[in-house]
Design a protein around this ligand. Structure first.
Ligand SMILES: *Cc1c(COP(=O)(O)O)cnc(C)c1O
Length: 857
């Protein structure tokens, strides 16, 4: 019999154990080992059975056990301490309160289409969600006042299994919100909060759930409510599924509905309104339109004109782009967006033509038929970033069309390299080692990890073995379950007891399976791989995992290739594919690996974070120089697989890179791992582990990332936001000024430039006097910055390594002509060049490229 409806009944905890409920309902337990230990003490078996899900576990503990615990003085004391610790964590001053200063934002809203916080709340598909989860947890640890916004997907992302033939099977388990660690956002009179947005011919209603991520609330919008038609109830059915229109509805709910949910949350809790809105990838970009509606249309609002409202909203918006893969950019048919924002609109009163213009690919090579969410993201945010140095560079090239007058390196997209949340991703044993030598994982000091030198080699190595053993056990259990699902009988599976070996060099490779990540590069020469796996003295073993998007047949084929290879009785004890890569699998996987392999097609890996998690657990990276590895590989903290950039034939490129990979594994990686000293320690390997921890540790932790976001984006955004917001005059003036400057710009000219003062043969240290005569038409000298830009000359006359220096106004002529002077000191030898340019200048601009206009001599 099937139930027609299901729900979860929460236990009534005896009064003395009430704190267990508090501990379970704040997700801080998911990165706090001591709290997990308390749950394990309640009922070790039930804790394990529940998959370490406290809400589920508490529902299963027998009343008798609860009564027993209620009478157990020692347990009650422990519980009291845990509760006091949580309370202290939630209320005490942390980094932000001590360091951020008066300019810091009162609150920051962080929107993301997915959040990976714990396997108990499966609302993520991969790296983007995990990063968003780490962002919230770290913000909580640091006391940064963030509020997260997402949808509550009734099915989350799919669960992956394999068919007998090794083909990916997807299932979508139903999540019962009552069984999740979330609670409904309610008005003071206890009625559930509902947000509503108009869609063609209907109204989309959503309730709002709140997950407590330590100090950070995460709002989750859920369309599965009775007010909605059946079709609209399905809007939040699953992550990244369904038609284009379905996706548009999800993004409208996330962006527009998300802002409305925040307003309700602030109103009910009396918490400050966010001054900064951060969109993690383009999907939530519609939030900017809702903010413009609030400012320009809403009865109780300030009723600004569109351009002024845009300036106000832009000033406080940060946009992070996450992919250099053009197909990964979120785009909608323009007509569909026009239809939605036409007659009945989710943001009524905001002109549809202005909305369409925001998402238009109005640059050379752009497609006028689409509405591009990334392009809108850049236009609605004054500050934007990519997620590694290399990705910042690639993004500036990719979106140069939005600022065509500027060289790529002046495109206003900066970068902040991703990081990972150490308390979530570092194995407890490693944290204990770090603790013993007094390492402070949150320290800002570059030498914070140097204390790892104090850990004796034997201790380090023994710990690694414990972690490898745990991975081996976990992998065997998963493999057995997978084979049973694939149709094998238990009696056939004895071989699984000998799969993987806790003393063999273990290489991990787990990630989503888009083609650029090249899951099967290692299979390029199967015989060569076999030889590495089966090497008589220096074997390697491979643990592989990853999900293909349900619509990606190509990706599923790659998985099948790997599965078929690893099904072969000759090698199956040395290579495994584990289905259903998720947080629960990842947590023992990274620490259990000696080497983390990553072989994307450069430069399509925007950042990558799994290798960072491996590094923090003493794993060594073996990777193509892409994403974060391109930035922080130093020659000694792992290995760089040479990439055949510039080889156009993809087959040949794969061949070259695969063979480089095999060679590296054989002659460097395995050779070093098995090079033991007389006491049985791989001394040179451990040296590299220590160097990895010291050189990468302080950089890859997400506290570094959150400091960067706070100092470089959130605080400046809050400052500009306040300047334009306090009475909106700043914004109105800025909007007028921009219009005036854009209109007047065609008349701006550099008429001529004079220089004097240099010897015939210029020498280092020589000083050049510069005079630039410019025409500004109707613009005033205050509206512009006249600069000399100098640097090295490459090729014919290409300026590189440019430095810009402002010139000073010295003379006014009639008819809008001016003279600007400056002195330029020759500070480098070799080919030197300069030019003069005019840029718009206004203290409210985040960068001079913001208007996209510049005039060169
Ligand atoms: C870290 C992580 C990812 C992202 O890894 P990448 O290196 O960015 O591919 C994906 N899934 C899970 C479960 C993770 O823990």
């Amino acid at each position: 019999m099937r139930a027609i409806r299901r729900f979860t009944v929460r236990p009534a905890l005896p009064e003395p154990l009430a704190a267990l409920g508090d501990l379970a309902s704040n997700l801080r337990w998911s990165w706090h080992q001591e709290t997990q230990d308390v749950f394990a003490t309640v009922d070790a078996e039930a804790w394990k059975r529940s998959g370490k899900d406290p809400v589920k576990m508490l529902g299963e503990v027998s009343p008798a056990r609860l009564t027993e615990l209620a009478g157990d003085k020692k347990f009650r004391k422990r519980l009291e301490l845990a509760a006091a610790d949580l309370d202290q964590y939630l209320t005490g001053d942390r980094w932000f309160q001590q360091n951020a200063g008066d300019d810091a934002p009162a609150a920051i809203a962080y929107f993301s289409p997915e959040f990976g916080i714990t396997s108990v709340l499966p609302q993520y598909s991969g790296g983007l969600g995990i990063l968003a989860g780490d962002h919230l947890k770290t913000a909580s640890d640091m006391g940064i006042p963030i509020i997260g916004v997402c949808l509550l997907y009734r099915h989350g992302y799919f669960r992956q299994a394999l068919s007998f033939e090794g083909w990916q099977q997807e299932t979508y388990p139903v999540l019962d919100p009552d069984g999740l660690p979330i609670s409904l956002l309610r008005e003071v009179d206890d009625t559930p909060v509902k947000v509503a947005i108009d869609v063609p011919g209907d109204t989309l209603v959503a309730r709002v759930w709140v997950a407590s991520v330590g100090r950070v609330p995460l709002l989750l919008l859920d369309s599965d409510v009775e007010e909605n038609s059946l079709a609209l109830r399905e809007v939040t059915d699953r992550l990244y599924g369904g038609t284009t229109e379905h996706r548009l509805l999800q993004e409208l709910l996330l962006g527009v509905g998300g802002v409305r949910a925040i307003r309700a949350y602030s109103r009910i809790n009396g918490s400050p309104a966010p001054e900064v809105f951060h969109t993690n990838e383009g999907h939530a970009g519609f939030l900017g339109l809702e903010r413009i509606r609030e400012l320009s249309v809403e009865e109780s609002g300030p009723r600004l004109d569109f351009d002024t409202a845009l300036e106000v909203s832009r000033a406080g918006t940060v946009f992070t782009t996450h992919t250099p893969v053009p197909a990964g950019i979120d785009r909608f048919p323009r007509d569909l967006v026009a239809q939605y924002f036409g007659s009945t609109s989710p943001t009524p009163g905001v002109p549809v033509d202005r909305i369409l213009a925001l998402g238009e690919e109005s640059y050379a090579g752009g497609d006028r038929g689409v509405f591009n969410m990334a392009v809108m993201g850049f236009r609605l945010a004054q500050r934007a970033n990519g997620v590694s140095l290399l990705h910042g560079h690639v993004s500036r090239g990719m979106f140069n069309g939005l600022w065509p007058a500027f060289d790529e390196d002046e495109v206003p997209i900066t970068s902040i390299t991703n990081g990972v949340h150490a308390p979530t991703w570092v194995a407890p044993e490693v944290l204990t080692l770090a603790d013993e030598v007094g390492a402070d994982l949150d320290s800002e000091a570059a030498d914070a990890f140097d204390v790892v030198d104090k850990i004796p080699g034997k201790k380090l190595w023994d710990t690694k073995r414990v972690l490898r053993q745990r991975l081996v056990d976990d992998a065997r259990a998963r493999l057995r379950a997978s084979w049973l699902k694939r149709g094998a009988a238990t009696a056939e599976l004895g071989w699984i007891d000998n799969v993987l070996d806790p003393d063999v060099l273990t290489i991990g490779f787990a990630r989503r399976v888009p083609s650029y990540k090249r899951l099967t590069l290692m299979l390029r020469d199967p015989e060569r791989l076999k030889a590495l796996l089966l090497h008589p003295e220096r074997p390697i073993q491979l643990v592989i995992a990853g999900k293909a998007h349900p619509a990606d047949e190509g990706g599923k084929k790659l998985i099948q290739e790997i599965v078929r290879f690893s099904d072969d009785p000759e090698v199956r004890h040395r290579i495994v594919f584990l289905p259903n890569y998720d947080i629960a699998m990842a947590q023992p996987l990274y620490p259990g690996c000696d080497v983390w392999l990553n072989n994307p097609l450069r430069p399509y890996e925007a950042c990558g974070t799994s290798g960072m998690k491996a590094a923090l657990n003493g794993g060594l990276n073996l990777s193509i120089l892409d994403g974060w590895w391109d930035e922080w590989y130093d020659g000694d903290n792992g290995w760089a697989i040479p990439s055949a950039d510039g080889v156009d034939d993809p087959d040949r490129r794969d061949d070259i890179e695969a063979h480089a990979l095999y060679d590296l594994i054989e002659s460097e990686v395995a050779a070093r791992f098995y090079d033991l000293d007389p006491s049985g320690l791989p001394v040179r390997w451990l040296e590299m582990v220590r160097h990895t921890l010291k050189s990468l540790g302080p950089k890859v932790v997400s506290s570094r990332m959150l400091r960067d976001y706070t100092e470089r984006l959130y605080v400046p955004a809050a400052q500009t936001s306040r300047l334009v917001n306090h009475d909106y005059k700043g914004a109105a003036a800025l909007a007028d000024w921009k219009q005036r400057v854009r209109a007047g710009w065609p008349a701006v000219r550099v008429d001529h430039v004079e220089s004097a003062g240099l010897e015939d043969v210029p020498e280092m240290g020589g000083v050049m006097e510069l005079r630039a005569f410019v025409s500004l038409g109707d613009l005033a000298p205050d509206d512009v910055d006249v600069q000399v830009v100098h640097g090295r000359v490459r090729g014919e006359d290409d300026l590189v390594d440019q430095v810009a220096q402002s010139l000073t106004l010295t003379e006014n002529f009639e008819a809008g002509r001016y003279r600007f002077d400056g002195r330029l000191t020759l500070s480098r030898t070799g080919p030197f060049g300069y030019t003069v340019r005019v840029l718009p200048r206004n203290e409210l601009l985040a960068t001079p490229a913001e208007l996209g206009v510049v005039t060169l001599a």
